[in-house]
Design a protein around this ligand. Sequence first.
Ligand code: ARG
Length: 283
Amino acid sequence: MNKLSKLTAFLLTAAMAVSMSACTANSTAASPSAGNSGSSSSSAAAQTSVEKIKAAGKVIMSTNAEFEPFEYKDGDQIVGIDVDIAQKIADKLGVKLEIKDMAFDSLVTDLKSGKSNFIAAGMTVTDDRKKNVDFSNTYFNASQAILVQKGSALKAPSDLNGKKVGVQQGTTGDTYCTNEDGKSDVKVGSVSRYNKGVDAVTDLINGKIDAVVINNFPATKFEQKNPDKIVKLDKALTSEGYAIAVQKGDEALLKVVNEVLSEMKSSGELDKTIEKYKAALGA
Ligand code: ARG
C-alpha cells in the first residue's frame, strides 16, 4: 500500500467507526459514553448511556434466574425482587425491560462487553468485582447461610472444617468456602461448584455433600420447600450487601438506578416488594 491509500484506508475506517458508534445496534445494549477509553475525541455531542437506551426503546438486565426470591422462573417467566426493581428502572427510563438469563459467573464479562446495561442478580458488592463494574447503592443486606441435612451432626460454622461443601459457582459463598482471600475462618475439606443452587441442594439431600453454603434468603426458600429433609443453621457466616452493577464509568445509568432505589426505599415500596416475595411460595 502506498502512503495515500494507507491514509484513505485509515480515514475510511475512522469514518465507519464514528458512524457505527452513532447508531444504536439492536443486538447489543446501548453502551455508556463515559469511560469509553480510547474513543475518538470527536466534537459531536456524545450520547449518554441513558440517551442510547431511550433511543433503543429497551434496557437490558442480565441475571441468573436461579436465586429465589431475587430471580427465578415462574413457568417461562423470570420473576423476583430484582425483576420488580429492574421494571421500575425501565419505567423511569420509559422503555421496555429485556431480561437475559445466564450462568452467574458470566454476568460480569457479559456486562463488560456491552451486551447488557446492568446486572440485577442479588449480586454482593465486593472489592474484586469493583475492579470491573460500578455498583449502585445497596438495597438488601444478606449473609451466607449453611444448609445441612436434617439430623446432621453439623451444628455450627466450625463444623464445616474438613467437610464437603456445595456452593453456587462464582458467588461469594464460593469465594468464602474456597477461601480465595484467605479471610475465611473455616477451612472446608472440598468445594463442589454448581451452576444452580437447587442442584447443590439435591446433592445435599442425597448425601453427596455435607452442607451447602448460600445466601440466607434463598437458603430459607430451599428449607421451606424441603422441610423434612434439610435445615438452615442459625449462625451465619458473612454479612454482605446486594447492589445493581452497571458498566464501569456509566454514570448516567447509575444515577437513574440510584434514584429508583432511593425512591423505592423512601416510599416503602422496596420493603413491600421484599415482603411480597417472602410470603410467596412459602412452605
Ligand atoms: N450474593 C451472592 C454473590 O453475589 C450470590 C448471588 C447469586 N445470584 C444469582 N442470581 N444466582 O455472589
